[in-house]
Design a protein around this ligand. Structure first.
Ligand SMILES: Cc1cc2nc3c(=O)[nH]c(=O)nc-3n(C[C@H](O)[C@H](O)[C@H](O)COP(=O)(O)OP(=O)(O)OC[C@H]3O[C@@H](n4cnc5c(N)ncnc54)[C@H](O)[C@@H]3O)c2cc1C
Length: 526
């Protein structure tokens, strides 16, 4: 029996855990907060995929939509592999107990921006919560999986310090309950830590999304890829002072339309369909249902021109009853602000949403070094990994799919190659380190970081702004490093250190790009 350590309890980590455990191996999952705290739990729209293996035409259309959204940078072999495995993995989810919405005997399928057909399975507008519930339930009844909540992965332990080619033998982590550092030994580590939306002031991501896994792996010799491609979701609700709440693209799939103030006035006075007044038509013939990069850029531009903090999402021309039944989670959130679907316009704005780039991995999820060889015993799956599936832009509802396909592939690879090679792991060296007495400087640094990323590395970029961000990040990196070297780790410190590193990779990749593609939009390159 071999032992794998999995960092993260979203769809990728939990699915991989169940696969590895079924093959008779031991699994330790560590997760930062509660088991369900993850982006997965917050996913609304659904999971794309063709269930019927004989539906070649349907699969081909899914492949073509994915390639077209990826703007020429997808790895076609990977796209084909993920689309072709979709049916099997979705059936796995069903057998684990995920309850997707039915329409009679068939599944109820929805459509989102960039999809040419209805091919998205969902559980109303809380698909991720349903997937997370079923997976956590299965994990909690398994004998060979130990799930450790409130345990923060801090750094990977290399078999030979400083030589990534010799592989990984464990992880140092911080118990957020006791404050103690601990080392855990394993035959392999699967990183499933999700994205890094916490880098920006406005994000749809949960607080756990701070790029930890990516930073840990990079420090252990891994390479990142395509980091400039960060997806901003066009429609986060801008009501109250709370964190932005995502309004799923499926709402626009059902006919929701985006208008600016001018369009809204014209719609109120005119007699055309709302879409005829949408500013999004100036950016794409697909209007409000164009791909996310186009719609987010359109919203950003209109907001910058008018100085408004949001644009409007119109649903009053649609059937209220149907909207309320299809989007109950959104409806109840709106009600908290005296808003409702099918009634008054909803104020929405783009928010940081999905990390398209990530750890460079191969077709089995093995994390690669700069020379493209895998780091033995290290896998990256889910949002943290850059598989080549999304190219320069992710097609809606393809990420849960990619996560589950690669979780399966990495698990199978680990099972096929697994050797029992547990070695002793060193304790964390805490001599001479001091307890951090003041967290205020870290909080100020985090604010500066988020402001920098929001102002200078957002939806629309310029070389000057990127250079400015780079200088600021160098300064922050030195500051954080100074504190890191003399302090006993705390969650705030670990996360800030990781966020600064990930921000640096995003900014450098953006600076190195010579053309605008997909999500990367530099005004100087137009
Ligand atoms: C609001 C929202 C809506 C979305 N809707 C959709 C959708 O409809 N369809 C779709 O396909 N995609 C959607 N996405 C994207 C999708 O949900 C994510 O890409 C996917 O869930 C990522 O899964 P994951 O397992 O890689 O990471 P996550 O689900 O984010 O899980 C990461 C896990 O790692 C843990 N973790 C992180 N760092 C550490 C650390 N240092 N130590 C220990 N644990 C750590 C976290 O606590 C968490 O448990 C949405 C995302 C958001 C935020």
């Amino acid at each position: 029996m071999s032992r794998v350590i999995i960092i993260g309890s979203g769809i990728a980590g939990l699915f991989a855990a169940l696969r590895v455990e079924q093959a008779g191996h031991e699994v330790i999952i560590i997760t930062k907060q509660r088991p369900e705290d993850s982006s997965t739990n917050w996913a609304q729209g659904g999971i794309a995929g063709i269930l019927d293996k004989t539906d070649g035409e349907g699969m081909q259309a899914h492949i073509e939509d994915t390639l077209s959204c990826g703007d020429g940078l997808c790895d076609e072999e990977i796209v084909r592999c993920v689309v072709e495995e979709a049916g099997d993995r979705i059936r796995d989810l069903l057998s684990i107990g995920v309850d997707f919405q039915k329409d009679g005997d068939d599944f109820h399928l929805v459509k989102e921006g960039g999809h040419s057909a209805r091919r998205i399975l969902h559980a109303k507008d809380a698909t991720g919560a349903e997937i997370e519930r079923a997976l956590n339930n299965a994990v909690s009844t398994s004998d060979n999986i130990t799930l450790r909540p409130h345990t923060l992965g801090v750094d990977l332990i290399q078999r030979v310090h400083g030589d990534p080619s010799k592989g990984i033998k464990g992880i140092w982590c911080l118990s957020l309950d006791s404050g103690e550092m601990e080392s855990i030994a394993g035959d392999a580590v699967l990183i499933a830590t999700g994205g890094c939306g916490q880098l920006w002031e406005r994000t749809t991501n949960p607080p756990v999304a701070s790029g930890d896994g990516l930073a840990m792996a990079v420090r252990a010799g891994a390479t990142s890829k395509d980091m400039a491609f960060f997806q901003f979701h066009p429609t986060a609700l801008m009501a109250g002072n709370n964190r932005p709440f995502l309004i799923t693209e499926a709402l626009r799939g059902e006919g929701g339309v985006l208008l600016d103030d001018k369009g809204l006035n014209a719609y109120r006075l005119g007699d055309l369909q709302p879409e005829d007044y949408s500013f999004t038509l100036d950016f794409s013939p697909d209007g409000s249902l164009a791909t996310r990069d186009v719609v987010a850029r359109a919203c950003d531009q209109r907001m910058k021109i008018s100085g408004a903090d949001y644009v409007w999402l119109i649903t009053d021309h649609l059937d209220k009853e149907e909207l309320h039944s299809h989007f109950p989670t959104i409806e109840s959130k709106l009600n908290e602000y005296a808003l409702s679907l099918g009634k008054a316009p909803l104020p929405v704005a783009p928010a940081a949403h999905y990390m398209v780039g990530g750890l460079s991995v191969d077709i089995n999820g093995r994390v690669l070094m700069a020379n493209d060889s895998p780091i033995p015993g290290l896998y990256g799956i889910g949002e943290v990994a850059c598989t080549g599936m999304h190219g320069a832009n992710r097609l809606a509802s393809n990420s849960l799919l990619e996560a589950v396909v690669f979780a399966n592939r990495a698990a199978e690879h680990f099972i096929s190659e697994s050797v029992n090679n547990i070695e002793n792991v060193p304790s964390w060296r805490a001599e001479g380190m001091l307890e951090l007495e003041e967290h205020a400087p870290l909080i100020r640094d985090l604010e500066t970081l988020r402001k920098t990323m929001t102002d200078d590395v957002g939806i629309v970029r310029t070389f000057n702004r990127l250079e400015r961000a780079k200088r600021m990040l160098e300064l922050l990196s030195k500051e954080v490093d100074l504190i890191w070297r003399r302090s006993i780790p705390s969650r705030e410190l670990v996360e800030l250190r990781n966020l600064v590193l990930v921000a640096t990779h995003i900014t450098e990749d953006a600076l190195n790009r010579k053309e605008n593609r997909g999500l990367h939009w530099n005004k100087d390159l137009i």
